[in-house]
Design a protein around this ligand. Structure first.
Ligand code: ATP
Length: 235
């Protein structure tokens, strides 16, 4: 039903070999929401995104996306379930052009943007459309990594530190883009160290420590949570 969250995660555990990285993560993301995972380095934020995508082999728990049981979907089909993952390292193909990178991921659902719509949203990418991946700036690569997911028709984006290493003016531009996507109904789960950036676009926050979610609050409660955030994040 519409009342159920688009993404529902319960008791998610994940291991790297013998190393137990996630200890029962619970989280929900509703349709159209932007939710941010906060926490210090190494608490398991990236691992949570990777485990949802099925990129970690050893995992247990429940993951439901639009009612589909992602634990039962084979690894190579997760991308077809309607979730687009943009990893921290972005994964742009260095020897392919912007156009080629955009056209590479398969369309998985109706409702994706056309290349022209994408270029309306990312005019700088249109200007660079024949440039190779290696020639792009960090900000352009990040935008391309997000843009190519929009073509595929995914309903939800998992973004891992999209502002990492980018200049403030580019961070602001990416914030505007995410706000535009949100206004168009995109659902976003974001891992972000840049707390100020996250607070401009997130509806809710989850706080992670030691491989689990230890707190949750809506953006409106942010002022009340500052002391705790300083403690947990060390910021
Ligand atoms: P960061 O912002 O540094 O990525 P994070 O909260 O995303 O932090 P994770 O990257 O999810 O943290 O890491 C969670 C734990 O798993 C850490 O203890 C980390 O050292 C460990 N870990 C991450 N990747 C691997 C890997 N490929 N092999 C083994 N251990 C890993």
């Amino acid at each position: 039903t519409d009342a159920s969250p688009l993404l529902r995660v319960r008791g998610l555990n994940a291991w790297y070999g013998e190393s137990h990285a996630l200890h029962g993560v619970d989280l929900d993301v509703s349709r159209g929401e932007t939710v941010t995972l906060l926490g210090r380095n190494g608490v398991g934020k990236t691992t949570t995104l990777r485990a949802i995508m099925g990129l970690i082999r050893k995992r247990t728990g429940e993951i439901a996306f639009e009612g589909q049981d992602l634990m039962r979907i084979p690894l190579h089909r997760t991308a077809h379930s309607g979730i687009g993952f943009v990893p921290e390292e972005r994964g742009i193909f260095a020897t392919l052009t912007v156009d080629e990178n955009l056209l590479l991921p398969p369309v998985v659902a109706e409702g994706g943007m056309s290349v022209e719509e994408i270029f309306d949203l990312f005019p700088n990418l249109k200007f660079r459309r024949n440039s190779q991946g290696t020639k792009l700036s960090g900000g352009e690569q990040q935008m391309l990594a997000i843009a190519r997911m929009l073509r595929t028709g995914v309903k939800m984006l998992l973004l891992d530190e999209p502002t990492e290493g980018l200049a403030p003016v580019i961070v602001q531009r990416i914030g505007e883009l995410l706000a535009t996507l949100k206004a168009r109904g995109m659902t976003i789960l974001l891992v972000e160290q840049n707390f100020r950036f996250a607070s401009r676009i997130a509806d809710r926050f989850y706080l992670m420590e030691h491989g689990k979610v230890v707190g949750a609050f809506p953006v409106g409660e942010l002022p009340l949570q500052m002391t705790r955030l300083h403690e947990v994040l060390g910021v």
